[in-house]
Ligand binder design. Structure first.
Ligand SMILES: [Fe+2]
Length: 323
């Protein structure tokens, strides 16, 4: 069954402070700042910050809502993305393990899963990340003075979801979305879509004893994982397909300015978005100037002063934009 899902589109998580988040992703991880905007839902002004690889590709886009000012906090647990995995070149795990240890985001340990070297690290808000070596990932990483192309992050490799019950979640991924089971390593099982591999992989982590985590907007929680489809045609088909299987909690299409989205609460608890790939980040600024200033969607623009005034001022380092 091919519903037209091409892989991961983006991952959206709750950060804490805004500047802290910018510094973490652009300086420590070395991602490119590709968009500054705001959360489109709710009533409190909150940033929505986007980071990505050199070409700001779908499948490399990490987005955050810095929730410290709003005071939104949550509880980690099962039913959530436990670890967001970023691909790095073969042999680069050592560089990242040592770098994150020096910067106090990690212990410096290198582990191995599915025959690939990984190094875990933790965002200042408590979000779990890892770099995963995978020579099959040929996407171009963003480089900085101390992160060269031979170690730079290529984009997402995979996300690892902690679930109490893998059976129903597996049905959702395979029958519901078209993923194929690839392999199991300990309590991790990999599922691939569109051929699998980097950017096209989800892992389920079987943790039946782990208590349920929170689902709300909160610092320290991954809010959702978005999967990519080309257009609203495939998106509408996915929605109908999921509803036909009984997964009826699928939202209507929402206009996210840079893509259109639907959301479905999966049986494992993780919120899964299906986002289109046909609009993109260059609708309100050129590729060369991505991420340099705050953009609001047309429907918020008349309220710009009121929305921007309470936001924590941020400075985006020059190395994260402008090439
Ligand atoms: Fe999203």
């Amino acid at each position: 069954m091919d519903l037209g899902i091409t892989g991961i589109h983006h991952v959206t998580s709750g950060a804490s402070g805004a500047q802290e988040d910018v510094d973490f992703f652009t300086t420590a991880v070395g991602l490119r700042m590709i968009k500054q905007t705001v959360l489109f839902d709710g009533t409190k002004p909150i940033y929505h910050l986007y980071y990505g690889n050199k070409n700001a590709e779908i499948g490399s886009v990490m987005t955050t809502f810095p929730f410290r000012q709003a005071g939104f906090t949550g509880r980690q647990g099962s039913g959530q993305v436990k670890t967001t995995g970023l691909t790095v070149p073969q042999g680069a795990a050592k560089f990242w393990a040592e770098r994150f240890k020096r910067l106090q985001f990690a212990s410096g340990a290198i582990t191995e899963r599915f025959g690939q070297r990984c190094a875990t690290f933790t965002h200042p808000a408590g979000l779990g990340f890892e770099v995963i070596e995978d020579p099959a990932d040929t996407r171009e990483g963003w480089t900085t003075a101390d992160i060269s192309a031979d170690v730079a992050v290529r984009g997402f490799h995979s996300v690892a979801m902690s679930v109490q019950d893998t059976e129903e979640m597996e049905r959702f991924l395979t029958e519901g979305l078209g993923f194929v089971k690839v392999a199991t390593d300990g309590k991790h099982t990999r599922y691939g879509i569109a051929g699998g591999g980097p950017g096209k992989t989800i892992e389920l982590v079987a943790e039946p004893e782990r208590r349920q985590g929170g689902w709300q907007f909160a610092q320290g929680l991954v809010h959702h994982v978005a999967l990519a489809v080309p257009t609203e045609t495939e998106q509408t088909a996915v929605k109908a397909h999921l509803e036909g299987l009984g997964y009826t909690d699928v939202s209507e299409i929402k206009d996210r300015n840079y893509f259109h989205s639907i959301y479905c609460r999966s049986p494992g608890g993780v919120l899964v978005e299906i986002a289109t790939s046909d609009i993109g980040f260059e609708i309100d600024e050129t590729k060369e100037h991505l991420g340099e200033k705050l953009h609001l969607p047309p429907w918020f623009e008349p309220r710009r002063a009121e929305i921007v005034a309470p936001l924590e001022p941020i400075v985006v380092p020059a190395h994260a934009t402008g090439r």
